[in-house]
Design a protein around this ligand. Structure first.
Ligand SMILES: Nc1nc2c(c(=O)[nH]1)N[C@H]1C(S)=C(S)[C@@H](COP(=O)(O)O)O[C@H]1N2
Ligand SMILES: [Mo]
Length: 417
């Protein structure tokens, strides 16, 4: 993204998906998996005791092979093997999650405006050119992870989109700091929160428009950004073209796509999506017992450390008596990855792994190691990340009724022969 001309190309043409656009998705996606070859077009997400088979789809605009969870509004999961290929998740296989299906099919980049209003001295209406040329450009590598990533593994099972582990992705985001835009608008004393809105519309009348807010200090921390490019390319429409908020270290629910309206509030945002939805028990790991009541609920916020094996799938055969390579990815959550360790003896002993290149504290971090299993038999390979705050994945999984913030030491079964 060094080249100014390349940057301009991201925005200068009218963006039009036409018939292949989001509105045509229902039509497009059915035939690709409803026909022959069912089995090879299916993925088994191996949830504990439930519906865990899903079709693959290649029917969505600007998207390659994805796991289809819902067509309208789209929920598309990244096939897990994609995470083995590199530290950044390719745009065409980056997961997709929308609440409402009223997603525009096309965006006119010449008439598009980003509005900044509310408790400010100078309300702004910025064109994409104003934004790209009027503010300092910034870049950050950051993981975007749905609050409900891995929800399908919750036991007891919970309501909501049953994701496997692929409702996350890592990208290098290019854009401008939200702070700089707010400074230009001149936030007035007494401002409390910044409310963000995308272009899509609810498809049910009277349904609450998807709105999320950040506290004013968070919005002005210099990390939160308005991105106009993803991995050095135009953002796919379904990932938020032309602008999306990037909130490094925080769950994706705040990363508003097709961002076009920023309202500075001088009172707390009590809209449905802040007050009722996306809240977690204010307990360690957002953990509680099924049926437990009376807990204080707070809006979901910072991510926690996680790590995954990417080169071996559950049930893989490995060598006995000689070294096996294992590799994967980790994220520190709201800070960097300090270490990733593996265990093949049920967590009695832990072995360190080598970390890959540091792309910044909010990025995925690759890791690899070798392990040797003494004799043929069944084993599990466990992986644990500790972040720069000294927080590690816990031994036992957390639970809450919304299926948020899944966190536990991950393990996969292997057979040594
Ligand atoms: N405008 C808009 N932005 C949104 C959402 C949405 O429904 N509308 N969903 C949020 C949620 S819950 C998630 S998980 C992420 C998904 O980002 P992605 O589709 O680019 O992977 O977008 C967030 N931003
Ligand atoms: Mo999400």
């Amino acid at each position: 993204m060094e080249d100014e001309a390349a940057l301009r190309r991201l925005m200068t043409r009218r963006y039009l998906l036409g018939k292949a656009g989001a509105g045509g998705l229902a039509l497009l996606s059915a035939p690709s998996w409803a026909s022959a070859g069912w089995a090879e077009n299916m993925v088994n997400l191996a949830f504990p005791g439930g519906v865990d088979e899903r079709p693959f789809t290649t029917a969505f605009p600007q998207k390659g092979k994805m796991i289809l969870q819902r067509t309208r509004a789209p929920l598309l999961e990244t096939p897990f093997e994609v995470f083995d290929k590199g530290v950044f998740t390719p745009n065409d296989q980056f997961f997709v999650r929308w609440h409402w299906a009223g997603i525009p099919n096309s965006i006119d980049v010449n008439t598009f405006r980003l509005k900044i209003h509310g408790h400010v001295g100078r309300p702004l209406s910025l064109s994409l050119k104003d934004l790209i040329h009027g503010f300092e450009r910034t870049e950050i590598a950051a993981v975007n992870q749905c609050s409900g990533n891995s929800r399908g593994f919750f036991q007891p099972r919970v309501a909501g989109g049953e994701w496997g582990n692929g409702a996350m992705g890592n990208a290098r985001w290019t854009g401008v700091r939200l702070k700089d835009v707010l400074d230009k608008a001149g936030v007035k004393a007494g401002a409390l929160q910044v409310r963000l809105r995308g272009l899509e519309q609810p498809t049910v009348s009277d349904a609450p428009h998807f709105l999320k807010s950040l506290d004013i200090d968070h919005a002005r921390d210099g990390d939160v950004m308005i991105a106009y490019a993803m991995n050095g390319e135009q953002m796919p429409l379904l990932n938020g073209f032309p602008l999306r908020l990037v909130v490094p270290g925080w769950y994706a629910t705040y990363w508003i796509k097709m961002l076009h309206d920023i309202e500075v509030l001088n009172q707390p945002d009590t809209n449905f999506w802040m007050k009722t939805a996306y809240t977690i028990p204010d307990t360690p790991h957002a953990n509680m017992k099924p049926g437990e009541t009376g807990l204080k609920m707070v809006p979901i916020n910072r991510m926690v450390p996680r790590s995954f094996v990417t080169n071996l799938h559950s049930g893989a055969s490995v060598h006995a008596g000689k070294p096996n390579l294992v590799r994967g990815i980790a994220l520190g959550g709201d800070t960097g990855v300090k270490k990733v360790e593996i265990s093949t003896d049920g967590g009695k002993s832990w072995q360190s792994t080598r970390l890959g290149k540091d792309e910044g504290k909010y990025s995925f971090r690759q890791w690899h190691a070798q392990f040797t299993l003494p004799t043929p038999g069944k084993y599990s390979v466990m992986v644990r990340c500790t972040n720069d705050h000294g927080i590690a994945q816990p031994d036992t999984p957390n639970w809450n009724p919304a299926g948020f913030m899944r966190n536990v030491i991950e393990s996969i079964a292997v057979v040594a022969a």
